[in-house]
Ligand binder design. Sequence first.
Ligand code: S3P
Length: 428
Amino acid sequence: MTPAASSARIETAGRLRGTLLLPPDKSIAHRALIVGALGGGPTTVRMQRPGRDVESTIACLRALGVIIDDATRGSYVVSGEPWLDATLDCGNSGTTMRLLAGALAGRPLRVVLDGDASLRARPMERVAHVLRAAGAEAQTDAGHPPLRLHGRSSLSATTHELPVASAQLAGAACLAALAARGVTQVTTPAPVRDHTARLLAFAGVRVEHHGLRTTILGPARPAPFDLQIPGDLSAGAAWLVAAAIHPDAELTLDGVGLNPTRMAVVQVLRQMGADITVDESPTDGPEPSGRIIVRGGAPLQATSIGGSQVADLIDELPLLGVAMAAAAGRSELRDAGELRVKESDRIAAMVAGLTAIGAEVEELADGWRVGRGAPHDARVTTRGDHRIAMAFAVAAASGVARSVELDDPDCIGISYPGFLADLAAVRA
Ligand code: S3P
Protein backbone atom coordinates (compact mmCIF):
# COMPACT_ATOMS: atom_id res chain seq x y z
CA MET A 1 0.00 0.00 0.00
CA THR A 2 1.26 3.46 -0.83
CA PRO A 3 0.55 5.95 1.96
CA ALA A 4 -2.19 8.48 1.22
CA ALA A 5 -0.67 11.37 -0.76
CA SER A 6 -0.89 14.82 0.75
CA SER A 7 -2.44 17.54 -1.35
CA ALA A 8 -0.48 20.18 -3.31
CA ARG A 9 -1.40 23.84 -3.71
CA ILE A 10 -0.32 25.61 -6.91
CA GLU A 11 -0.43 29.39 -7.30
CA THR A 12 -0.14 31.47 -10.46
CA ALA A 13 3.51 31.98 -11.48
CA GLY A 14 4.95 35.51 -11.89
CA ARG A 15 6.65 34.23 -15.02
CA LEU A 16 7.69 30.92 -16.63
CA ARG A 17 11.22 30.50 -17.97
CA GLY A 18 13.51 27.56 -18.58
CA THR A 19 14.50 24.44 -20.46
CA LEU A 20 12.86 21.11 -19.66
CA LEU A 21 14.05 17.55 -20.12
CA LEU A 22 10.86 15.55 -20.34
CA PRO A 23 10.25 11.99 -19.17
CA PRO A 24 10.73 9.33 -21.88
CA ASP A 25 7.83 8.96 -24.31
CA LYS A 26 5.58 6.42 -22.65
CA SER A 27 4.09 5.02 -25.87
CA ILE A 28 7.51 4.42 -27.44
CA ALA A 29 9.06 3.08 -24.22
CA HIS A 30 6.35 0.41 -23.68
CA ARG A 31 6.74 -0.75 -27.28
CA ALA A 32 10.55 -0.77 -27.21
CA LEU A 33 10.64 -2.93 -24.06
CA ILE A 34 8.02 -5.38 -25.38
CA VAL A 35 9.40 -5.66 -28.92
CA GLY A 36 12.92 -5.99 -27.48
CA ALA A 37 11.71 -8.87 -25.30
CA LEU A 38 9.93 -10.58 -28.22
CA GLY A 39 13.13 -10.36 -30.25
CA GLY A 40 15.12 -12.14 -27.56
CA GLY A 41 17.64 -9.29 -27.36
CA PRO A 42 19.96 -8.05 -26.18
CA THR A 43 18.12 -4.81 -26.92
CA THR A 44 19.09 -1.55 -25.22
CA VAL A 45 16.35 0.93 -24.36
CA ARG A 46 17.87 4.26 -23.27
CA MET A 47 15.75 6.45 -21.03
CA GLN A 48 15.88 8.41 -17.76
CA ARG A 49 13.19 8.59 -15.08
CA PRO A 50 10.34 6.62 -16.69
CA GLY A 51 6.96 7.02 -15.04
CA ARG A 52 5.08 4.31 -13.14
CA ASP A 53 3.22 3.10 -16.27
CA VAL A 54 6.50 2.18 -17.97
CA GLU A 55 7.70 0.62 -14.72
CA SER A 56 4.56 -1.55 -14.83
CA THR A 57 5.61 -2.88 -18.23
CA ILE A 58 9.12 -3.59 -16.92
CA ALA A 59 7.73 -5.42 -13.87
CA CYS A 60 5.31 -7.49 -16.01
CA LEU A 61 8.07 -8.51 -18.43
CA ARG A 62 10.26 -9.55 -15.51
CA ALA A 63 7.38 -11.60 -14.07
CA LEU A 64 7.24 -13.38 -17.44
CA GLY A 65 10.92 -14.34 -17.12
CA VAL A 66 12.35 -11.61 -19.36
CA ILE A 67 15.66 -10.27 -18.05
CA ILE A 68 15.88 -6.49 -17.89
CA ASP A 69 19.21 -5.21 -16.63
CA ASP A 70 19.03 -1.59 -15.44
CA ALA A 71 22.32 -1.58 -13.52
CA THR A 72 23.67 1.20 -15.75
CA ARG A 73 21.77 4.44 -15.16
CA GLY A 74 19.68 5.42 -18.13
CA SER A 75 19.86 2.07 -19.93
CA TYR A 76 17.60 -0.99 -19.82
CA VAL A 77 19.08 -4.05 -21.50
CA VAL A 78 16.32 -6.50 -22.41
CA SER A 79 16.95 -10.20 -23.03
CA GLY A 80 13.95 -12.40 -23.84
CA GLU A 81 13.29 -16.02 -22.79
CA PRO A 82 12.22 -17.89 -20.90
CA TRP A 83 8.54 -17.04 -21.10
CA LEU A 84 6.61 -18.24 -18.06
CA ASP A 85 2.94 -18.51 -17.13
CA ALA A 86 2.20 -15.56 -14.85
CA THR A 87 -0.36 -13.31 -13.21
CA LEU A 88 0.58 -9.77 -14.19
CA ASP A 89 -0.12 -6.52 -12.36
CA CYS A 90 -0.38 -3.83 -15.04
CA GLY A 91 -1.01 -1.17 -12.37
CA ASN A 92 -2.78 1.85 -13.87
CA SER A 93 -1.53 1.22 -17.40
CA GLY A 94 -3.99 0.34 -20.17
CA THR A 95 -1.14 0.41 -22.69
CA THR A 96 0.76 -2.24 -20.69
CA MET A 97 -2.28 -4.49 -20.55
CA ARG A 98 -3.36 -4.19 -24.19
CA LEU A 99 0.10 -4.32 -25.79
CA LEU A 100 1.28 -7.20 -23.60
CA ALA A 101 -1.91 -9.11 -24.37
CA GLY A 102 -1.12 -8.73 -28.09
CA ALA A 103 2.49 -9.81 -27.59
CA LEU A 104 1.57 -12.83 -25.43
CA ALA A 105 -1.24 -14.08 -27.68
CA GLY A 106 1.49 -15.59 -29.86
CA ARG A 107 3.20 -17.56 -27.04
CA PRO A 108 1.91 -20.86 -25.65
CA LEU A 109 1.32 -19.42 -22.18
CA ARG A 110 -1.49 -18.97 -19.68
CA VAL A 111 -1.43 -15.43 -18.41
CA VAL A 112 -3.80 -13.35 -16.29
CA LEU A 113 -3.50 -9.58 -16.80
CA ASP A 114 -4.88 -7.48 -13.97
CA GLY A 115 -4.51 -3.94 -12.66
CA ASP A 116 -5.64 -1.29 -10.19
CA ALA A 117 -9.24 -0.18 -9.62
CA SER A 118 -9.08 2.37 -12.48
CA LEU A 119 -7.72 -0.20 -14.95
CA ARG A 120 -10.31 -2.74 -13.79
CA ALA A 121 -13.03 -0.33 -14.94
CA ARG A 122 -11.63 0.02 -18.48
CA PRO A 123 -12.87 -1.82 -21.59
CA MET A 124 -10.85 -4.95 -22.45
CA GLU A 125 -13.35 -6.85 -24.58
CA ARG A 126 -12.14 -4.89 -27.63
CA VAL A 127 -8.63 -6.36 -27.31
CA ALA A 128 -9.92 -9.82 -26.31
CA HIS A 129 -12.04 -9.84 -29.49
CA VAL A 130 -9.05 -8.96 -31.70
CA LEU A 131 -6.89 -11.69 -30.15
CA ARG A 132 -9.64 -14.32 -30.44
CA ALA A 133 -9.97 -13.42 -34.13
CA ALA A 134 -6.24 -14.25 -34.51
CA GLY A 135 -6.73 -17.63 -32.77
CA ALA A 136 -5.82 -17.05 -29.10
CA GLU A 137 -8.16 -17.76 -26.20
CA ALA A 138 -9.02 -14.54 -24.36
CA GLN A 139 -11.64 -13.87 -21.71
CA THR A 140 -12.60 -10.75 -19.78
CA ASP A 141 -14.68 -10.31 -16.66
CA ALA A 142 -17.86 -8.89 -18.24
CA GLY A 143 -15.73 -6.76 -20.58
CA HIS A 144 -13.17 -5.66 -17.97
CA PRO A 145 -9.93 -6.96 -16.44
CA PRO A 146 -8.76 -9.41 -15.33
CA LEU A 147 -8.01 -10.51 -18.88
CA ARG A 148 -7.31 -14.25 -19.04
CA LEU A 149 -5.21 -15.25 -22.00
CA HIS A 150 -4.18 -18.61 -23.37
CA GLY A 151 -1.77 -17.93 -26.20
CA ARG A 152 -0.77 -20.15 -29.12
CA SER A 153 2.68 -20.59 -30.64
CA SER A 154 1.14 -19.93 -34.04
CA LEU A 155 -1.75 -17.55 -34.81
CA SER A 156 -3.76 -16.90 -37.98
CA ALA A 157 -3.03 -13.99 -40.30
CA THR A 158 -6.15 -11.87 -39.91
CA THR A 159 -7.81 -8.83 -41.47
CA HIS A 160 -8.82 -6.59 -38.55
CA GLU A 161 -11.24 -3.70 -39.08
CA LEU A 162 -11.02 -2.08 -35.66
CA PRO A 163 -14.19 -0.48 -34.27
CA VAL A 164 -12.32 2.30 -32.37
CA ALA A 165 -9.43 4.56 -33.34
CA SER A 166 -7.13 3.15 -30.67
CA ALA A 167 -3.37 2.84 -31.08
CA GLN A 168 -3.28 0.40 -28.17
CA LEU A 169 -5.68 -1.90 -29.95
CA ALA A 170 -3.91 -1.56 -33.29
CA GLY A 171 -0.59 -2.14 -31.51
CA ALA A 172 -1.92 -5.34 -29.88
CA ALA A 173 -3.10 -6.66 -33.26
CA CYS A 174 0.30 -5.85 -34.83
CA LEU A 175 2.27 -7.55 -32.04
CA ALA A 176 0.08 -10.67 -32.32
CA ALA A 177 0.73 -10.63 -36.10
CA LEU A 178 4.40 -11.46 -35.41
CA ALA A 179 3.25 -15.01 -34.54
CA ALA A 180 0.87 -15.38 -37.52
CA ARG A 181 1.80 -17.04 -40.79
CA GLY A 182 1.00 -14.67 -43.69
CA VAL A 183 -0.17 -11.07 -44.02
CA THR A 184 -2.09 -9.48 -41.16
CA GLN A 185 -3.90 -6.26 -42.00
CA VAL A 186 -5.01 -3.78 -39.32
CA THR A 187 -7.29 -0.86 -40.22
CA THR A 188 -8.43 1.86 -37.80
CA PRO A 189 -11.44 4.14 -38.37
CA ALA A 190 -9.26 7.28 -37.97
CA PRO A 191 -5.48 7.85 -37.91
CA VAL A 192 -3.69 6.80 -34.69
CA ARG A 193 -0.10 7.10 -33.47
CA ASP A 194 2.17 4.88 -35.58
CA HIS A 195 4.93 3.97 -33.10
CA THR A 196 4.39 0.20 -33.40
CA ALA A 197 4.90 0.16 -37.17
CA ARG A 198 7.96 2.43 -36.96
CA LEU A 199 9.58 0.30 -34.28
CA LEU A 200 8.85 -3.03 -35.96
CA ALA A 201 10.34 -1.71 -39.22
CA PHE A 202 13.42 -0.52 -37.27
CA ALA A 203 13.72 -4.08 -35.88
CA GLY A 204 13.70 -5.53 -39.40
CA VAL A 205 10.09 -6.76 -39.54
CA ARG A 206 8.32 -6.48 -42.92
CA VAL A 207 5.66 -3.93 -42.06
CA GLU A 208 3.97 -1.16 -44.03
CA HIS A 209 1.91 1.68 -42.66
CA HIS A 210 -0.11 4.03 -44.83
CA GLY A 211 -2.87 6.24 -43.47
CA LEU A 212 -5.36 4.03 -41.67
CA ARG A 213 -3.79 0.67 -42.53
CA THR A 214 -0.85 -1.37 -41.28
CA THR A 215 0.18 -4.67 -42.92
CA ILE A 216 2.64 -7.10 -41.37
CA LEU A 217 4.18 -10.23 -42.81
CA GLY A 218 4.61 -12.99 -40.25
CA PRO A 219 5.94 -14.96 -38.64
CA ALA A 220 8.71 -12.54 -37.72
CA ARG A 221 11.20 -12.18 -34.91
CA PRO A 222 12.30 -8.59 -34.30
CA ALA A 223 16.07 -8.06 -34.45
CA PRO A 224 17.79 -6.56 -31.38
CA PHE A 225 18.18 -2.78 -31.43
CA ASP A 226 19.54 0.14 -29.46
CA LEU A 227 17.09 3.00 -29.04
CA GLN A 228 17.16 6.34 -27.26
CA ILE A 229 13.58 7.12 -26.22
CA PRO A 230 12.73 10.77 -27.02
CA GLY A 231 10.99 13.04 -24.52
CA ASP A 232 7.23 12.64 -24.23
CA LEU A 233 5.38 15.34 -26.16
CA SER A 234 2.15 14.48 -24.30
CA ALA A 235 3.97 15.40 -21.07
CA GLY A 236 5.56 18.40 -22.81
CA ALA A 237 2.07 19.58 -23.78
CA ALA A 238 1.69 20.76 -20.17
CA TRP A 239 4.46 23.31 -20.81
CA LEU A 240 3.15 24.23 -24.26
CA VAL A 241 -0.25 25.08 -22.78
CA ALA A 242 1.13 26.79 -19.65
CA ALA A 243 3.47 29.05 -21.65
CA ALA A 244 0.90 29.71 -24.40
CA ILE A 245 -1.53 31.05 -21.78
CA HIS A 246 0.87 32.91 -19.47
CA PRO A 247 1.61 36.52 -20.51
CA ASP A 248 5.29 36.30 -19.47
CA ALA A 249 6.65 32.91 -20.53
CA GLU A 250 9.35 31.27 -22.60
CA LEU A 251 9.89 27.53 -22.23
CA THR A 252 12.11 25.18 -24.23
CA LEU A 253 11.55 21.42 -24.57
CA ASP A 254 14.77 19.62 -25.54
CA GLY A 255 15.01 16.16 -27.09
CA VAL A 256 11.25 15.87 -27.43
CA GLY A 257 9.55 13.40 -29.79
CA LEU A 258 8.21 15.03 -32.96
CA ASN A 259 6.34 12.08 -34.50
CA PRO A 260 3.76 13.64 -36.89
CA THR A 261 0.98 11.51 -35.37
CA ARG A 262 1.61 13.25 -32.02
CA MET A 263 2.03 16.83 -33.28
CA ALA A 264 -1.67 17.77 -33.51
CA VAL A 265 -1.46 19.51 -30.13
CA VAL A 266 1.12 21.93 -31.58
CA GLN A 267 -1.09 22.58 -34.61
CA VAL A 268 -4.18 23.28 -32.48
CA LEU A 269 -2.32 25.63 -30.13
CA ARG A 270 -0.85 27.50 -33.10
CA GLN A 271 -4.32 27.84 -34.63
CA MET A 272 -5.47 29.27 -31.30
CA GLY A 273 -2.70 31.88 -31.63
CA ALA A 274 0.22 30.41 -29.63
CA ASP A 275 3.80 31.26 -30.64
CA ILE A 276 5.55 27.87 -31.01
CA THR A 277 8.80 27.10 -32.87
CA VAL A 278 9.81 23.52 -33.76
CA ASP A 279 13.31 22.42 -34.82
CA GLU A 280 13.89 18.80 -35.80
CA SER A 281 17.31 17.21 -35.14
CA PRO A 282 18.86 14.64 -37.49
CA THR A 283 18.36 11.03 -36.38
CA ASP A 284 18.99 7.50 -37.67
CA GLY A 285 16.35 6.03 -35.34
CA PRO A 286 12.69 5.34 -36.07
CA GLU A 287 11.29 8.44 -34.35
CA PRO A 288 11.92 12.12 -35.16
CA SER A 289 12.86 14.37 -32.23
CA GLY A 290 14.12 17.87 -31.62
CA ARG A 291 13.45 21.12 -29.78
CA ILE A 292 10.25 23.08 -29.23
CA ILE A 293 10.19 26.66 -27.95
CA VAL A 294 6.94 28.26 -26.80
CA ARG A 295 6.54 31.94 -25.95
CA GLY A 296 3.62 33.45 -24.07
CA GLY A 297 1.93 36.80 -24.50
CA ALA A 298 -0.14 36.18 -27.65
CA PRO A 299 -3.91 36.19 -26.95
CA LEU A 300 -5.57 32.80 -27.55
CA GLN A 301 -8.73 32.42 -29.65
CA ALA A 302 -11.45 29.79 -29.27
CA THR A 303 -11.27 26.57 -31.27
CA SER A 304 -13.41 23.57 -32.23
CA ILE A 305 -12.04 20.03 -32.09
CA GLY A 306 -13.81 16.94 -33.41
CA GLY A 307 -13.95 14.09 -35.90
CA SER A 308 -10.74 12.39 -36.95
CA GLN A 309 -8.59 14.97 -35.07
CA VAL A 310 -9.58 13.47 -31.73
CA ALA A 311 -7.46 10.29 -31.75
CA ASP A 312 -4.25 12.26 -32.44
CA LEU A 313 -5.04 14.59 -29.51
CA ILE A 314 -6.46 12.01 -27.13
CA ASP A 315 -3.99 12.50 -24.26
CA GLU A 316 -3.75 16.29 -24.68
CA LEU A 317 -7.49 17.04 -24.58
CA PRO A 318 -7.57 17.81 -20.82
CA LEU A 319 -4.77 20.37 -21.31
CA LEU A 320 -6.52 21.78 -24.38
CA GLY A 321 -9.64 22.15 -22.20
CA VAL A 322 -7.56 24.48 -20.01
CA ALA A 323 -6.32 26.41 -23.09
CA MET A 324 -9.97 26.75 -24.16
CA ALA A 325 -10.79 28.24 -20.75
CA ALA A 326 -8.10 30.90 -21.37
CA ALA A 327 -9.22 31.76 -24.92
CA ALA A 328 -11.51 34.55 -26.16
CA GLY A 329 -14.83 33.05 -27.36
CA ARG A 330 -16.52 29.73 -26.85
CA SER A 331 -14.64 26.53 -27.73
CA GLU A 332 -16.06 23.11 -28.36
CA LEU A 333 -14.85 19.50 -28.19
CA ARG A 334 -16.98 16.79 -29.88
CA ASP A 335 -16.56 13.09 -30.85
CA ALA A 336 -14.37 12.42 -27.81
CA GLY A 337 -16.52 9.83 -26.00
CA GLU A 338 -13.35 7.71 -25.67
CA LEU A 339 -12.28 10.16 -22.93
CA ARG A 340 -14.93 8.63 -20.67
CA VAL A 341 -13.04 5.30 -20.58
CA LYS A 342 -9.52 6.59 -19.89
CA GLU A 343 -7.82 6.47 -16.45
CA SER A 344 -10.93 8.36 -15.27
CA ASP A 345 -14.02 9.72 -17.01
CA ARG A 346 -12.04 12.68 -18.31
CA ILE A 347 -15.08 14.53 -19.62
CA ALA A 348 -16.74 14.49 -16.18
CA ALA A 349 -13.42 15.26 -14.43
CA MET A 350 -12.65 18.23 -16.71
CA VAL A 351 -16.16 19.67 -16.51
CA ALA A 352 -16.05 19.48 -12.69
CA GLY A 353 -12.56 20.98 -12.49
CA LEU A 354 -13.17 23.74 -15.05
CA THR A 355 -16.37 24.69 -13.24
CA ALA A 356 -14.47 24.80 -9.94
CA ILE A 357 -11.80 27.18 -11.32
CA GLY A 358 -14.48 29.57 -12.61
CA ALA A 359 -14.70 28.76 -16.36
CA GLU A 360 -18.02 28.69 -18.24
CA VAL A 361 -18.56 25.00 -19.03
CA GLU A 362 -21.23 22.81 -20.56
CA GLU A 363 -20.90 19.01 -20.47
CA LEU A 364 -21.74 17.11 -23.67
CA ALA A 365 -22.07 13.35 -24.04
CA ASP A 366 -18.95 13.31 -26.26
CA GLY A 367 -17.07 16.43 -25.14
CA TRP A 368 -17.61 19.92 -23.73
CA ARG A 369 -18.16 23.60 -24.52
CA VAL A 370 -15.88 25.98 -22.64
CA GLY A 371 -15.55 29.75 -22.34
CA ARG A 372 -13.50 32.06 -20.17
CA GLY A 373 -14.72 32.95 -16.68
CA ALA A 374 -13.39 34.72 -13.61
CA PRO A 375 -10.42 32.79 -12.12
CA HIS A 376 -11.18 31.25 -8.70
CA ASP A 377 -9.23 29.54 -5.96
CA ALA A 378 -10.31 25.93 -6.35
CA ARG A 379 -9.89 22.48 -4.93
CA VAL A 380 -9.72 19.95 -7.76
CA THR A 381 -10.33 16.23 -7.46
CA THR A 382 -7.87 14.42 -9.74
CA ARG A 383 -9.75 11.07 -9.57
CA GLY A 384 -6.26 9.51 -9.45
CA ASP A 385 -5.76 10.58 -13.07
CA HIS A 386 -2.32 11.99 -13.92
CA ARG A 387 -3.52 14.00 -16.91
CA ILE A 388 -6.31 15.67 -14.92
CA ALA A 389 -3.83 16.57 -12.17
CA MET A 390 -1.35 18.13 -14.64
CA ALA A 391 -4.11 19.98 -16.52
CA PHE A 392 -5.23 21.79 -13.35
CA ALA A 393 -1.68 22.41 -12.14
CA VAL A 394 -1.19 24.18 -15.49
CA ALA A 395 -4.48 26.06 -15.07
CA ALA A 396 -3.20 27.44 -11.76
CA ALA A 397 0.39 28.15 -12.85
CA SER A 398 -0.74 30.00 -15.98
CA GLY A 399 -3.47 32.07 -14.27
CA VAL A 400 -6.65 30.43 -15.64
CA ALA A 401 -7.32 29.60 -11.99
CA ARG A 402 -6.14 31.89 -9.16
CA SER A 403 -4.85 28.83 -7.32
CA VAL A 404 -5.57 25.11 -7.33
CA GLU A 405 -5.29 22.55 -4.58
CA LEU A 406 -4.90 19.03 -6.02
CA ASP A 407 -6.17 16.27 -3.75
CA ASP A 408 -3.75 13.64 -5.12
CA PRO A 409 -0.61 15.09 -6.74
CA ASP A 410 1.14 11.72 -6.40
CA CYS A 411 -0.83 10.32 -9.37
CA ILE A 412 1.26 12.59 -11.66
CA GLY A 413 4.10 10.05 -11.27
CA ILE A 414 2.15 7.67 -13.54
CA SER A 415 3.62 9.53 -16.53
CA TYR A 416 5.78 12.44 -15.26
CA PRO A 417 7.48 11.83 -11.90
CA GLY A 418 9.41 15.16 -11.92
CA PHE A 419 6.52 17.39 -13.00
CA LEU A 420 6.02 19.41 -9.78
CA ALA A 421 9.80 19.85 -9.35
CA ASP A 422 10.04 21.05 -12.97
CA LEU A 423 7.15 23.45 -12.34
CA ALA A 424 8.94 24.83 -9.28
CA ALA A 425 12.12 25.26 -11.38
CA VAL A 426 10.51 27.10 -14.32
CA ARG A 427 8.61 29.55 -12.10
CA ALA A 428 11.64 30.41 -9.94
C1 S3P B 1 -1.51 4.94 -26.36
C2 S3P B 1 -2.65 5.15 -27.04
C3 S3P B 1 -3.76 5.97 -26.54
C4 S3P B 1 -3.33 6.86 -25.39
C5 S3P B 1 -2.47 6.16 -24.40
C6 S3P B 1 -1.23 5.59 -25.07
C7 S3P B 1 -0.50 4.04 -26.94
O1 S3P B 1 -4.77 5.11 -26.13
O2 S3P B 1 -4.45 7.40 -24.74
O3 S3P B 1 -2.06 7.08 -23.39
O4 S3P B 1 0.66 4.07 -26.50
O5 S3P B 1 -0.85 3.28 -27.86
P1 S3P B 1 -5.88 4.63 -27.21
O6 S3P B 1 -5.16 4.46 -28.48
O7 S3P B 1 -6.46 3.35 -26.71
O8 S3P B 1 -6.86 5.75 -27.27
